[in-house]
Design a protein around this ligand. Sequence first.
Ligand code: UAG
Ligand code: ATP
Ligand code: API
Ligand code: MG
Length: 484
Amino acid sequence: MRFSEFADVLPSENSLSGAFDVAGVTSDSRHVAPGALFFAVAGSKADGAAYAADAARKGAAAIVAGLGADLGPLTIPAIRVEDPRRALALVAARFYGAQPATMVAVTGTSGKTSVASFTRQIWEYDGLAAASIGTTGVVAPGRNDYGSLTTPDPVALHKLLSELATSGVTHAAMEASSHGLDQRRLDGVRLAAAGFTNLGRDHMDYHPTVEDYLNAKMRLFDTLLPKSAPAVIFADDPYSTPAIKAATAAGLDVRTVGRHGDFLQLKRVEHERYRQRAEIAAGGEIFEVDLPLAGDFQIYNALVAVGLAISTGVPFAKAMKALEKLKGASGRLELVGTTPTGAPAYVDYAHKPDALENVLSSVRPFTTGRIIVVFGCGGDRDRGKRPIMGEIATRLADVTIVTDDNPRSEVPAEIRAAIMAAAPGAIEIGDRREAIHEAVSMLKAGDTLIVAGKGHEEGQTIGAETFPFSDHDEVRKALKEWSA
Ligand SMILES: CC(=O)N[C@H]1[C@@H](OP(=O)(O)OP(=O)(O)OC[C@H]2O[C@@H](n3ccc(=O)[nH]c3=O)[C@H](O)[C@@H]2O)O[C@H](CO)[C@@H](O)[C@@H]1O[C@H](C)C(=O)N[C@@H](C)C(=O)N[C@H](CCC(=O)O)C(=O)O
Ligand SMILES: Nc1ncnc2c1ncn2[C@@H]1O[C@H](COP(=O)(O)OP(=O)(O)OP(=O)(O)O)[C@@H](O)[C@H]1O
Ligand SMILES: N[C@H](CCC[C@H](N)C(=O)O)C(=O)O
Ligand SMILES: [Mg+2]
């Protein structure tokens, strides 16, 4: 692709002739191929500017950097831009070209993976070639790749979108994490609509204040969505009002969903152990929906997904009907099995306070015995959430087992101690396998087990090493032992 084709993003008042081919785009000097543009971005650990010379040695055609970045002596041209991360996203979008014609993004502290998956499933039910992109990976016709980041970096993202579009995918739903929004990873995505689920404490290691965290999320509405595009907002969260305000101020078509929703209004929910029936008022009609998933929050996520699907052309009745076939995203209040006496064991991805509170409250209505919870907190992540989660677990569960969850570079016992300090009566079992087996062995008729924090994850990261580990497998094995 000719350099001149990026003229609107990369300013032309530099010494560079527009008449050369750009062979690639990257912000990582380790991935520079000859002829590539290297974007020097300041990160949390390093400053890309320090690698400009390295990129030049590897044959980069030019360096794109911030106005004040110190690139040192350079043998290749430097292009100065105000916001190199945004420039990277816009250039990557142009470089890789195609995107699925209809794209939506969902943000919020919890529920993004579920909403993206549900939206894809509703589109599929309507006969559309659809994809979802997020924490659990990429799901598309003929494709199911395990992912790592919730919102991929712009280069990986646009390469992926181009592959999806080329393979015939017309509709894609993606998660917009606050890191992703803050780091401009989605700035080149052409969005048709966007959704908001809720806001709670998360990533306080990255965002200095909750306000900064909210503002990062609101970039989706005030910067990324085109004016008058639909913004589907869950109406019953403490942060719904600021989200509605931000979307209204941005000139979006605000569509609220939930008990206080006006686009989709939840009238009534009846819970059963493994499913729930909901009455939803929408488009002047009342729909009775039988959702084959447990947990109040899944109804909320389903409403946001239905809102997004309808906003991108799925007929109301079809979107509602699709809910009856909905499958939960892997590891989101997922029933792994039951003991011979019928006590269910769930794996859930709650790794932040609100999510833990929600999941424990969700199973209370159908738990006649005790709620047993096994959880831990990740190392090298927000330390402040540890005692908060300890308090929530001991308040809402009857038996709390505190264990390890990806201690990373931290001392595992110290992480557990921070949780235990606010969890009187909790049992501490560092080894996660042992903790799960102990919890399963305690299950009596009427009890419910929640193993929280890892969901779909397939490893336990201790130090710099990730050992194969799956909550699903351990729960399954422990249930087998129980029955034996
Ligand atoms: C804190 C964070 O978000 N980091 C992400 C960020 O890295 P960074 O910009 O801070 O990178 P850095 O290491 O400081 O380096 C700065 C720059 O120098 C470059 N560099 C560095 C070394 C070198 O030799 N040459 C070189 O060019 C780097 O490529 C980078 O461009 O940008 C990178 C590329 O996009 C990401 O891979 C990286 O994700 C790390 C691995 C990560 O763990 N991120 C997590 C926290 C994250 O993003 N999570 C969110 C939310 C999850 C949720 O839903 O809860 C997600 O969307 O997944
Ligand atoms: N709408 C919701 N409200 C509160 N809690 C929720 C909601 N949806 C999901 N949860 C809880 O959060 C966990 C993660 O759900 P999900 O993966 O859908 O969210 P997410 O926003 O993608 O999270 P992450 O940012 O960690 O990827 C679930 O396992 C459940 O415990
Ligand atoms: N995307 C989240 C996932 C956390 C999952 C939990 N198992 C942990 O390791 O803390 C993060 O990186 O903060
Ligand atoms: Mg997610």
